[in-house]
Design a protein around this ligand. Sequence first.
Ligand SMILES: Cc1cc2nc3c(=O)[nH]c(=O)nc-3n(C[C@H](O)[C@H](O)[C@H](O)COP(=O)(O)OP(=O)(O)OC[C@H]3O[C@@H](n4cnc5c(N)ncnc54)[C@H](O)[C@@H]3O)c2cc1C
Ligand SMILES: *[C@@H]1O[C@H](CO)[C@@H](O)[C@H](O)[C@H]1NC(C)=O
Ligand SMILES: *[C@@H]1O[C@H](CO)[C@@H](O)[C@H](O)[C@H]1NC(C)=O
Ligand SMILES: *[C@@H]1O[C@H](CO)[C@@H](O)[C@H](O)[C@H]1NC(C)=O
Ligand SMILES: *[C@@H]1O[C@H](CO)[C@@H](O)[C@H](O)[C@H]1NC(C)=O
Ligand SMILES: *[C@@H]1O[C@H](CO)[C@@H](O)[C@H](O)[C@H]1NC(C)=O
Ligand SMILES: *[C@@H]1O[C@H](CO)[C@@H](O)[C@H](O)[C@H]1NC(C)=O
Ligand SMILES: CC(=O)N[C@H]1CO[C@H](CO)[C@@H](O)[C@@H]1O
Length: 514
Amino acid sequence: MILPQPQSLFLCITAFLLSAPTSTLADTHNNKPPSLENACTVLSTALPGLVTFPNTTLYALENTYWSTRQSALGPACFVTPKTTAHVSNTLKILTSLRQPFSVKGGGHAAFPGASNSDANGVTIDLFRLTTLSISSDRKTVSVGPGNRWINVSTALDEAGLAVVGGRVADVGVGGLILGGGISYFSGARGWACDNVRNYEVVLSSGKVVNASPSTNPDLYWALRGGAGTNFGIVTRFDLVSFEQGPLWYRSQIFPGALNATIIPIFQNLTVKGLPLDREAHTYFVMTHIPALGGFIVLSDQFRSTPLPPSPQTIPPVFQPFNPIPTIFNSTIVANISTISKAIDAPYGFSQLWLNTAVSATSAALLSDFVPLYESYANTLIAKANGTEITPYLIFQPIPTNILQAMQVNGGNTLGLTPSDGPLVIVQLAVTWADSSINEFVVQEAKSLLGKIEALAKKRKLYNGFVYMNYAEPSQDVLGSYGKENLARLRKVARKYDPQGVLQKLWRGYFKLDG
Ligand SMILES: Cc1cc2nc3c(=O)[nH]c(=O)nc-3n(C[C@H](O)[C@H](O)[C@H](O)COP(=O)(O)OP(=O)(O)OC[C@H]3O[C@@H](n4cnc5c(N)ncnc54)[C@H](O)[C@@H]3O)c2cc1C
Ligand SMILES: *[C@@H]1O[C@H](CO)[C@@H](O)[C@H](O)[C@H]1NC(C)=O
Ligand SMILES: *[C@@H]1O[C@H](CO)[C@@H](O)[C@H](O)[C@H]1NC(C)=O
Ligand SMILES: *[C@@H]1O[C@H](CO)[C@@H](O)[C@H](O)[C@H]1NC(C)=O
Ligand SMILES: *[C@@H]1O[C@H](CO)[C@@H](O)[C@H](O)[C@H]1NC(C)=O
Ligand SMILES: *[C@@H]1O[C@H](CO)[C@@H](O)[C@H](O)[C@H]1NC(C)=O
Ligand SMILES: *[C@@H]1O[C@H](CO)[C@@H](O)[C@H](O)[C@H]1NC(C)=O
Ligand SMILES: CC(=O)N[C@H]1CO[C@H](CO)[C@@H](O)[C@@H]1O
């Protein structure tokens, strides 16, 4: 998810003022089940110096999450393995003690408990697993799950390479790849999960295995969108890399009043423009920014290869936006590190995401979501009573070229084929400051999503795919992959975790057993 820059700047300052990473639940120390003291103690004996307890500076650092709904929790202890063998040992200890746990990659999931535990659990923080190496033939980059995308792009920009990865600097590699992964390069290459050559995985037994098209191909398939939580902790991603220089990037902000002009351009791009220019990438955001006069529309546009001869040369695919008057517009050519930092989103707020997918064939459907969104946004703003709140309506295209690119290496788990497309992910996101209204915001957003789904169904334009990485826990993500894929995922999970230990103990992302 990407924020308009003027606001990002404003939010950065606010986030800085608001940031106070304290954990309230960690204080409920005395109500822990007996095994818990045990788990943290056993772990600190087995991994000396790698277990962190509350009331330390390191604990506060590890308990920093992008969404304060996550940092409001706080585990009994963090365990921070340095090697794959440490991860294996950690899993063996936790499963033998039947100790519930969570796993933190980059900590960018929005909902509470997605990658953090409360005081009754342990959180495995992967931040020390920082492998980052380019193969001698430059075709593969091996990345440890302790890296953020900025670490990957800093190294790859320097080498003149890129991978199909996250668009935003501080997001973690693990959650993004395991849930799917929408990238600048998806038009020609599919999502991040379609561009992994091999996963190194620690299973619930502690056994370390590899998963690739030739080794454990069933597990390889399952990890392409099926979430780590059902299969194991990935300790290394071997990603396809390719020669790549800088990107062209235009960011435009329009008055919200022009939504009905911009949506048909976006819709036509999704259906016609993007499939004709597979190196182009875009998304549409509607939001409310008081400093810009209220509702606005943001369109971010990217193009990789061949690069336009100057920043001012607008690639033909994006020229339809040219005549529309903007509040703000900027065009740059820059490396991926620079662009991914420009669109980063600050810490220190409650965050919420929900999404569904609809057919991209009707601009009228997308336009008709706007009044529903406007009325909901006004309700949220009133409820916030002067405290900061930013409700977003985001459209992310899945044009047919991306659906085709997803079919490589036997296809992924998402259950999407070219004949389902073209699609648009309709994503609701909210960023707000007052945590006392968390429940209200969640309920309102669910209610709006219900209205959006109902309208799409009524017009026979509903698809129903739910993208894991933008979902709330109440959404049936894995069910949305289709009956056949769900059954196949369950079969793979039973093979690699016969006792269903991860289903019971790993708290976090979307589970096969509900
Ligand atoms: C500012 C921002 C920008 C974003 N941009 C994009 C984007 O461009 N494209 C896109 O597709 N999505 C994007 N997202 C969504 C992003 O994909 C998810 O938030 C994702 O969960 C982030 O991964 P993480 O490792 O930081 O998350 P975490 O919260 O650490 O983890 C999420 C889940 O993955 C599990 N997990 C993490 N690492 C591993 C591992 N190594 N092995 C097994 N399980 C693991 C965790 O246990 C947890 O269940 C963005 C999110 C934010 C906040
Ligand atoms: C340390 O934790 C205890 C509870 O476990 C709490 O009472 C105390 O205030 C904390 N101290 C600091 C300095 O945060
Ligand atoms: C990743 O990048 C951040 C920001 O530049 C930096 O602070 C951090 O040290 C890097 N991590 C590694 C493992 O290099
Ligand atoms: C990326 O661009 C920035 C800004 O121009 C520059 O400072 C940085 O050195 C570049 N990184 C690489 C690896 O070229
Ligand atoms: C969206 O466009 C319609 C039609 O022009 C307009 O009536 C409405 O006010 C716009 N919505 C917002 C939130 O600006
Ligand atoms: C839709 O996109 C196609 C392909 O880019 C373009 O030729 C056509 O003019 C566009 N139509 C409209 C109405 O913008
Ligand atoms: C809204 O804020 C004002 C002052 O900022 C306060 O007086 C009032 O009680 C608040 N209303 C609610 C419903 O919280
Ligand atoms: C559509 C629009 O407003 N375009 C403007 C973007 O900014 C450049 C200058 O940076 C202007 O020349 C364009 O007219």
